[in-house]
Write a protein that binds this ligand. Structure first.
Ligand code: 3PG
Length: 207
């Protein structure tokens, strides 16, 4: 189960790529830095092809799909090899589909009522999005004080400077974010930067 792997390396980098070859190089760079659980966000025309290329490459990475908004998208990413699904919000259809297929699903929530809805659906791990704007660490503490068996994956505004603070909360299972895959550096072919950022995040996570 993904939860066990997240405990080893509780950081999930996002890949937003226009080209499968670039996406594969980004995965290599992240893995060189010790990060193996990767989310490809459905925000480019090539996202599904990038996802498929990573899944087919057998790199040992665990690849999931992010920004999954609809049941159709959930069905499609599964066909392309996604091993888990992340959404910015809570779509019951997507959750039910993933539960039927026994695939991990992390819908985004950030209010008590949304956490309650996720809990009612049987979920015990959710994305907390957009983490920074939705109250950050104090908000997660407040939610965790009442939803005592819920774990959170903060995403949105997480970065090298605040990662440790989020991960210090017992209810935070992992953090996700795009700071590990800076578009400008990737466009210039500076994959070494990606590896350095991954190493830094892992060191912070373990520190
Ligand atoms: C997401 O898709 O989870 C967020 O857009 C990531 O937010 P970030 O770019 O602040 O990491």
């Amino acid at each position: 189960m993904l939860a066990d792997q997240l405990k080893q390396a509780p950081v999930v980098p996002l890949i937003q790529a226009d080209d499968p070859a670039v996406a594969l190089k980004t995965v290599d760079a992240l893995q060189a830095g010790g990060l193996n659980i990767i989310e490809v966000v459905l925000r480019t025309d090539a996202a599904l092809d990038c996802l498929e290329a990573i899944a087919a490459a057998n790199t040992g990475a665990v690849v999931g799909a992010g920004t999954v908004l609809s049941l159709n998208q959930a069905q499609e990413v599964l066909k392309r090899g996604a091993q888990f699904i992340v959404s910015p919000g809570l779509n019951d259809d997507v959750v039910h589909f993933c539960q039927e297929k026994e695939i991990d699903v992390f819908p985004g929530v950030n209010t008590p009522s949304e956490v309650q809805r996720a809990w009612n659906l049987g979920l015990r791990i959710v994305k907390f999005f957009p983490a920074g704007l939705a109250g950050g660490v104090p908000m997660i503490k407040a939610l965790s004080s009442v939803f005592r068996d819920m774990q959170f994956m903060p995403t949105g505004g997480v970065n090298a400077a605040n990662l440790s603070e989020y991960l210090s909360l017992p209810s935070v299972i992992a953090c996700g974010g795009s700071w590990l895959t800076p578009q400008k550096e990737i466009a210039k072919g500076n994959f070494g930067v990606v590896t350095s950022l991954a190493k830094e995040a892992l060191a912070n996570a373990k520190g």
